[in-house]
Design a protein around this ligand. Sequence first.
Ligand code: 44T
Length: 864
Amino acid sequence: SRNRRVPREDPARNELVSRSLESAQQCLFNQDYGTAFVHYLLVLNLAPVLKDFASESFRFTLFKWADELDSLGRIQDLFDCYEQALELFPTDEVIINSMGEHLFRMGFRDEAAGHFHKALKLKPDYPEAKENFYRVANWLVERWHFLMLNDRRRNHKYQQAIQKAVEGGCNTVLDIGTGTGILGMCAKKAGAAEVYACELSKTMYELACEVVTANGMNGRIKILHMKSLEMEVPKDIPKRVSLVVTETVDAGLFGEGIIESLIHAWNHLLLPPQSTQDPSRPPSQAGRVIPAGATVFGMAVQCLEIRRHHRLCVSEIGGLATAAAGELHSPVSCSSEDDSTEPYTTERLSRLPGGYTPLTEPFNALDIDFNNVQELEGLCSREVSRVRLPVTGEGLLDALAVWFQLHLDQQSSLSTGPKEDTCWEQAIYPVQTPHNFPLRPGDELIVEISCRDAYLRLCSVAVARDGREFRLDDCLDPDKPRNNPGPSGNPNPSLNAEAELCSALACLGTEQSSGPRDYTMLECAEMALLNNQPYHDSFRRALAKLITNLKDARSVQGPSQGQGLEVMPLTDPPSGPMDPGPDPFYVLDVSEGFSVLSLMAASQGQVKAYSSVEKTQHQAVLRRLARANGVPEEALEFWLNQVEDEQAVLQRPSREKLWSAIILDCVETCGLVRQKLMEKATLARCLLEDGGQIFPERIVLYGMLVESDTLLLESAVQGQEPTLGFNIAPFINQFTVPVHVFLDLSTLQCRHLSDSVELFILDLMNTNANYTNRDVKVQASASGRVTAVPFWYQIHLNEEISLSTFNQDSHWKQAAVVLHQPLAVREGDWVRLAVTLQKSSISISASIEEEAGETGTVDSVRVR
Ligand code: 44T
């Protein structure tokens, strides 16, 4: 039988292979990628020996064909091609990574991340896969897993409660949402006879299997990859269990679906509860749940940071009046019927930049018993409850903050409150209604508490003052005349405080509003951007300067250059009925998401601005703003409505024209350089007219040395000690990501160990001048352990005007590289930072520089 495996010389077969190979190459040359791909498949299946020789062309063909299939929407075919390719090259990290990119673009984040992870395992320093993996690892294994596993108090309390229950007789256990398997292992270790666990995330499920095996419990805990709601007896577990343990709670308690899971568990997976009529039933024959219940608390707060992320607070942006924008909402609202909104966001109150002011004492919003299925089932049908809260502080109502106590059993509970030192964030229910109505001690705030689609909803509905009630949700009524421009504007500065109050009260009204409301939704970061006046003013000044310079240049050159064309082009620009006048300056804004920069450019006059804003609703807002601010309709166009192919965003404005300015939005809100930024800049540079400009022209990265245990706790399970005696860290720490995003550096608990230092320069106007590696020396200003290098950007619009992404008004957060190993420094030591920026992803390593030197660049390696 061994002989049969030896490849035979088969002339007919060789002939077929060589002809197919030729056809493949010919098709490739003719850009007929689909046919080329089929030929290559045939060749490589028949003659695997050719794999090495043809792999490059095969990959190229695959990627080209996949892009075509993608743009044709032939998704199934696309993935079939990848499957076939991977059968031939199962360990090809480039193909795996590329398939991950397709999956990601289609919204299959978990699967995409799995591919990036696999590609990285195959080739640990493959930069594309690394960048992709780091960007998605946060979804795959969310960062809070590290925080929770590092929270010893929480671990210990859960362990104690489980141990007590098991020793008390609950000996069959189901862990719902097991994550790394930790609670299930606790139950087994405490002596439970049978332990089951379920986990819906594929990555976490696989991780739990690895962890359980590594702890010698393979086969002793049955782990299921499914949602608990799909579990059945006896299909998935042989009989009902006596204990369910779970920590499927988010900052808002119910967001992970614990109510639904427990109702289902009581009805299908748990033994009946210990009844009050017959308390004699032994614990092994009764069902119970850990945690046993929870108490939810709320508190009203004033907080500027929350306000500017959820409401429009300015009446003017970069010279444009905002009144005509209409109602703008963040996607977080508990009053709205809209499915696309979430009722709350989460924040760590203690880390909010600028802090917060409590306006009430914490109040008890809800008590829930997880061991009472009737109570769980009745929760959503329960009447809306109204509470009247004495106002204790003075200020504007920006949000209700919510946290809870999780009662593990009769004795022990965990709190997620803002004053506790825990891993927990609080749920934030922002107030959306525009108002200018400061609360003050003596008022009563009326809050409605309800439970809709298993979410807890809290809504401030009214304020009682001097025996009158003023509704808070009326201001959104578009039919009602309004004269409050929002908290930071003042319509009439001459009004005294009392009169101002009266007008605010008048606006609040006392009647029920009716009818659907018309509003536009913006992401929180887009809202914060709109509220960022320094950002828009800087752009306005930089644009004005550029236009002035270009006008001067034209007047020197005389009218012959591009002005008064003798023959008007037939297609571009669409001239319409207006007087062609002097040739306009073409400005393109390719910011991601909502941006008013194009409109600001158009409002300068003699500018034809193109916006890349995509959503029709957003375009409508810009049109309304244009009209209200006297910007002629033809001065603003939507670029993506004109280009057929989204990948062709960067093109000439018309056949014979070039751009005067291209605005690239170069730093993402999370604090990272936008992907493909330098590629875009290179392209943009070629499309500029003489004297034209890319905004920004340059960005400079700054950083500093810090010692921050908080950052360590969020990035990996710390310490050599096993977690509750279990070996978990090495497994979950594979998902450590060295770059932390969405940091609030101003409130990060850390010690500064150096001044800030320039780390890197990205020159967008001359992309050839950039390097990818740079060594920077920085002196330690104090002794300590350097654990991280937080970084931010100075964005230079031109020589004079720049913006910092580390700024109180900014919509940007900061990011940080967490060092692989902390570096011990003494005051005065020089630290060498090796900074690499590859494919817009940054890495930094630090070492002690033995010889003294000067701050700054040691050497820079110029590439390209
Ligand atoms: N994080 C809070 C929320 N699951 C904890 O797939 C606190 C956020 C947080 N599996 C900062 C700090 C903190 N059936 O792996 C997850 C999830 C899984 C289920 C099977 C079900 N019905 C479910 C429901 C959820 O359970 C695991 C834990 S969910 C806990 C979320 C540290 N930011």
